[in-house]
Design a protein around this ligand. Structure first.
Ligand code: HEM
Length: 229
């Protein structure tokens, strides 16, 4: 979620994403799960984020149970094998010289087999939750970008956003993602509190990091409880 948010914050992507979400959901008080099927760009964005930011870079360690040869190399019985999912998702031979660039459109009509990106691993030890996890991220992103506009905090320019990674088992941002959140109000009184909790729990926003701008005359007074708890 955090890497996906970090990539979406780029103006071109965010604008296109919000246009799609708001066009589909227009007039409704919430995004429904069935709406997501009509949001191809949301799906491309989440998939591209998984390609570029493989959460588990070396997958679960495998052990060779039968001596074999791969690419001319002998792999002996008992050898521990690390599979570089991070590298596979960024391989210039597959993804061209723009492999490191976030570009959801590259996946439009792309015919991929199961080896060109493996953010959920593969074969017998593949993530059993790949389908539900993807759907949850898509649904959460659609909600966050339907109800809120997002900006980098304190006038920071997009190119200044630090995308450095740290970690080994799991790759996370080196610096926290600090965003400014602006409630998007077009349908009267909406209870934003559950979404705000999502922002805090899953996007990692801290109280000090983010500011919610809101329109009390439309959303109702602060006591309604949807502003920063
Ligand atoms: C976007 C979210 C997620 C990503 C990117 C992800 C990624 C992965 C990866 C890369 C592996 C290792 C696969 C391999 O080595 O071949 C894995 C394993 C696993 N994941 Fe996920 N996962 C996600 C969400 C979840 C969720 C929500 C659950 C549970 C509800 C889950 C449960 C598991 C389990 C149980 C395994 C171990 C499977 C085994 O060893 O047989 N994952 N996941």
């Amino acid at each position: 979620m955090v890497w996906t948010m970090s990539e979406i914050i780029k103006p071109r992507v965010m604008q296109k994403l919000q246009e799609e979400i708001r066009r589909r959901v227009k007039g409704k008080a919430s995004v429904e799960e069935s709406d997501i099927a009509q949001m191809p760009y949301v799906k491309l964005v989440v998939k591209e984020a998984l390609r570029l930011h493989s959460t588990v870079p070396f997958l679960l360690t495998r052990e060779c149970v039968k001596q074999c040869q791969i690419g001319g190399y002998d792999i002996y019985l008992g050898t521990r094998v690390l599979i570089n999912a991070w590298g596979i998702g960024r391989d210039p031979k597959v993804w061209t010289e723009t492999a490191f660039v976030f570009n959801p459109e590259r996946l439009e009509n792309a015919e991929l087999d199961r080896s060109e990106m493996i953010p959920f691993g593969g074969v017998r030890r593949a993530c059993p939750a790949s389908s539900v996890a993807t759907q949850v991220v898509e649904f959460t992103i659609a909600n966050l970008f339907y109800f809120f506009d997002w900006q980098l905090s304190s006038g920071m320019k997009n190119q200044e956003l630090d995308m450095e990674e740290v970690g080994s088992l799991i790759v996370v941002r080196k610096t926290p993602l600090c965003l400014r959140v602006i409630a998007f109000v077009q349908h009267g009184v909406v209870d934003y509190l559950p979404l705000w909790i999502i922002c805090q729990r899953y996007v990692g926003l801290e109280k000090e990091d983010a500011i919610v701008d809101y329109l009390p005359e439309i959303c109702g007074p602060r006591e309604r409880g949807w502003s920063i708890p």
